[in-house]
Write a protein that binds this ligand. Structure first.
Ligand SMILES: *Cc1c(COP(=O)(O)O)cnc(C)c1O
Length: 383
């Protein structure tokens, strides 16, 4: 570690509170290091209480949750799954794990999430071919609610079930209802950079009791109910440990506070940057939507600015400030070179013009000032 790394501003580092250690202590004192245990049950209960979902299964990652969620929806070899192109690759990889094929859909310019019009086009085109995609993965990128009303109406009209990837959106709401509870199955991630973290973890939520039981069964190697090791179905080792669930319990106590802080960070960036020519902060909340503002993003319009997002990123780096490009659309990834995409211009433009700014909930006003001063400076001097 270079000495200057101590004052490095990271994009979204973990932010622990005061009670995580108590839950960890208790687990070790009581010898509940393995297998599952009280923290795991408690963490699942906390998530149910916060979201209003009836069932929760805590898992080793958000990716594992997507994998199990798609399997619950019956996705298998040869099926098609609709998915936004503008998302992290972890949204789409489990489609491939199951031998299915993604069909990518462009974003809309407001929330940056899946465009209901392009989605309809894709479904109409598939219908003309006599095909029906097996599922839709709906993502709330950067914690921003998608245009849920429109998207869910299109999915329902064509009879396509929804898996809600709320990995980045814990604590965000739509018409007052927590995200993650709008699809047949929803999921969260507790990876190190998310709004809450267990260092690594994830969870599925659903109101379907049989599905929750199935997910728990698959996540623990699909052991049949027999005194010996017997297996009738394919399983995985996906269950979260009771230790990490203890960190999760401590973190859940802080959720509302963390959302409030991240929203304040967005407001700060807006106040000090939005007036600069060519600068837009985003994404934008849809009617009825309340983002958790997991990450604040900045767009630079090349017609009005003299520096590119990459030049700005490098300039921030000289002041030891981490920033990152927006997600590179999946239809542009070599891994998905032959995968169809409906539209694509909107998310390509977001990728070309955007930069994610430090948004960690532990940032101080001095930290924020350091970022906004640096950006103002860069835009003023054209570098
Ligand atoms: C982080 C993330 C995931 C995966 O979660 P992990 O816990 O890292 O496996 C999935 N989808 C999106 C949109 C994410 O940001």
């Amino acid at each position: 570690m270079r000495s200057q790394d101590y004052d490095r501003l990271y994009l979204s580092p973990p932010h622990l509170g005061r009670h995580e250690l108590n839950y960890l202590h208790k687990a070790i004192e009581d010898n509940w290091v393995a297998p599952a245990g009280p923290n795991l049950d408690g963490f699942e209960r906390d998530i149910c209480e916060f979201t209003g979902a009836q069932h929760c299964v805590a898992l080793t990652s958000g990716t594992a949750a997507i994998h199990l969620g798609l399997r619950l929806l019956g996705v298998g070899p040869g099926d098609e799954v609709l998915c936004p192109s503008f998302t992290f690759v972890a949204t789409a990889n489990p489609i491939l794990y199951l031998g299915a094929t993604p069909v990518f859909i462009d974003s809309e310019a407001e929330t940056w999430n899946i465009c209901p019009e392009r989605l309809r086009e894709a479904l109409e085109e598939r219908q003309r071919q006599g095909r029906r995609p097996k599922a839709l993965i709906l993502v709330h990128l950067y914690g921003m609610p998608a245009r849920l009303r429109e998207v869910l109406a299109v999915a329902a009209e064509f009879g396509v079930p929804v898996l809600e990837d709320a990995a980045e959106a814990l604590g965000a709401r739509y018409e007052g209802q927590p995200l993650g509870t709008f699809g047949e199955v929803g999921l969260f991630s507790f990876n190190g950079n998310k709004i809450l973290t267990t260092s690594g973890g994830g969870a599925i939520v659903t109101n379907n009791a049989a599905w929750a039981q199935k997910a728990r069964f698959w996540a623990t190697q699909a052991k049949d109910d027999a005194p010996y090791y017997q297996h009738s179905e394919l399983g995985y080792n996906y269950r979260l440990s009771n230790l990490l669930a203890g960190i999760g319990r401590g973190q859940m106590e802080l959720l509302e506070d963390r959302v409030k802080k991240r929203r304040e960070i967005f407001a700060w960036y807006t106040k000090y940057l939005a007036h600069l020519p060519g600068v837009t902060l985003g994404p934008t909340e849809p009617t009825g939507g309340r983002s958790n503002r997991w990450l604040t993003c900045l767009l630079l319009n090349p017609a009005e600015t003299t520096i590119s997002p990459e030049q700005l990123r490098q300039h921030l780096e000289t002041r030891n400030i981490e920033s990152r490009p927006l997600w590179k659309p999946l239809h542009l990834q070599p891994l998905f070179a032959t995968t169809p995409c409906f539209g694509g211009n909107i998310c390509e433009e977001l990728f070309n013009q955007g930069l994610c700014l430090p948004s960690g909930s532990a940032m101080t006003e001095a930290d924020l000032r350091r970022v906004t001063d640096t950006i103002q400076d860069a835009l003023r001097n054209g570098n």
